[in-house]
Design a protein around this ligand. Sequence first.
Ligand SMILES: [Zn+2]
Length: 118
Amino acid sequence: MGRYENRGSARERGYTRRWDKARATYLRSHPLCRMCEGQGLTVAATVVDHIIPHKGDQKLFWDIEGNWQPLCKFHHDSAKQAEEGRGYSGEVGLDGWPLDQKHPANRIRPPPGGGSKV
Ligand SMILES: [Zn+2]
């Protein structure tokens, strides 16, 4: 445990030097934005995103295999803003359909195999 000046900064939320290092290592082995990749684009990732917002939870914060994803800045900003503002992700899959089950579009889509025939 290092002793740092407390500036009420990002450090309080876990963004320490350990994070800086782990993040850099992660981006070296995961160099492409996952969301761009899902759309068939090759864009360098510059941000490590926590898929599930960690909100200070160290377990979620350091769950590298399960809770980290590489994103470009654009997708990081847009995804997080959308998610935090609306409670669901605006990320879409290859078919152009939102991936998040909480997305309103998924609430009205009939379940696979269900739905009435016209
Ligand atoms: Zn992207």
